[in-house]
Design a protein around this ligand. Structure first.
Ligand code: E4P
Length: 217
């Protein structure tokens, strides 16, 4: 399973990259705003900065909600760097734009996906990635992980090449559960990734090894 980090924070992206397990980055307008990145030029520059830190795919979201606007913005984003993946909302014009970009060989990520039917549409439109938001489903008492299972089942039935990018991952167990269910990618916060490191027996075992080493040296 690929690991993407879901942030626009450059320090956190650097830290995840330095860990050696990072395959890409996802961002959205809220994450950009959280870092105080505003204005079209600054936002474009920030995407370039992110691409310069990581080797993998970097999802950059369009703001337009009409087909022509999405094409214009998406083409400008894709021209920034070959790592850029044009992130499009799951609305009719987003699906049309997804087909347009996929026909042109430009990578896409269809975002704000909350049902298997939406994921099926994204795959039919040739999306590179589909982003089911599992945490936001959990937030409304709906099983987000079940959606990952449903999409996996449907995509495997027909051999769709669209990668399932589990998004809105909130904690470490989400990552493990997504891996069990066969998600191709997960995107989450650095804290959830670092949570995978933790086990008290690792800490106590290492402390014992070091103590025993010191006794003989
Ligand atoms: C996905 O690409 C989104 O940026 C993201 O995962 C949303 O997560 P949230 O529900 O924690 O805001």
């Amino acid at each position: 399973m690929k690991f993407f980090i879901d942030t626009a924070n450059l320090d956190q992206i650097r830290e995840a990259q330095a860990l050696g397990v990072l395959d890409g980055v996802t961002t959205n307008p809220s994450l950009m705003a959280k870092e105080g990145i505003t204005g079209a030029d600054n936002i474009l520059k920030h995407y370039v900065d992110i691409c310069n830190i990581v080797d993998g795919d970097v999802s950059a979201e369009v703001i337009a909600t009409d087909f022509a606007g999405m094409i214009k913005e998406g083409e400008a984003l894709a021209a920034l760097n070959p790592q850029i993946v044009v992130k499009l909302p799951m609305i009719a014009d987003g699906v049309k734009a997804c087909k347009y970009f996929s026909d042109k060989g430009i990578k896409t990520n269809v975002t704000l996906v909350f049902s298997a039917g939406q994921a099926l549409l994204a795959a039919k439109a040739g999306a590179t990635y589909v982003s089911p938001f599992i945490g936001r489903l959990d937030d409304i008492s709906t099983d987000g992980l079940n959606l990952i299972s449903e999409i996996r089942h449907i995509y495997d039935n027909y051999g769709f090449g669209t990668e399932i990018l589990a998004a809105s991952v909130r904690h470490t167990m989400h990552i493990i559960d997504c891996a069990k269910l066969g998600s191709d990618v997960m995107t989450g916060p650095l804290s959830a990734i670092k949570g995978l490191l933790k086990h008290p027996l690792t800490d106590s075992g290492l402390a014992q090894f070091l103590a025993d080493y010191k006794k003989g040296n």
